[in-house]
Design a protein. Structure first.
Length: 103
């Protein structure tokens, strides 16, 4: 939610307590949840990954949630599915092959 609200990836209490930032997160919360659902649907339906063990953790989906959050219809266009799928696999499979894949 922090990343999708353009607040950065770090957990900073001072940043989170400011009133304008709270409103920013509140305004984007529902759409962010819908984008996360859409990202999971994409991974299951179009990338054929049925297990979270294969994906390597929910952090792998952050960039896809962010991308979908700013799409008008919260979905990947049919013309881009192949390109997005090709970007998903290297991100999803770095964990089994690298010690510090999240880096």
């Amino acid at each position: 939610m922090l990343y999708c609200s353009d607040l950065g990836p770090k957990f900073d209490l001072e940043l989170l307590r400011s009133k304008p930032k709270v409103h920013l997160k509140r305004d984007k919360f529902e759409r962010c949840c819908l984008a996360a659902k859409s990202a999971i649907d994409f991974v299951v339906r179009d990338c054929w990954c049925q297990s979270s063990d294969v994906i390597g953790g929910d952090a792998r989906l952050i960039s896809f949630v962010y991308y979908l959050l700013y799409r008008k219809r919260l979905e990947i266009p049919n013309s881009q599915i192949e390109h997005v799928r090709k970007s998903f696999y290297p991100l999803g499979f770095t964990r089994p092959f690298a010690r510090n894949g999240d880096s």
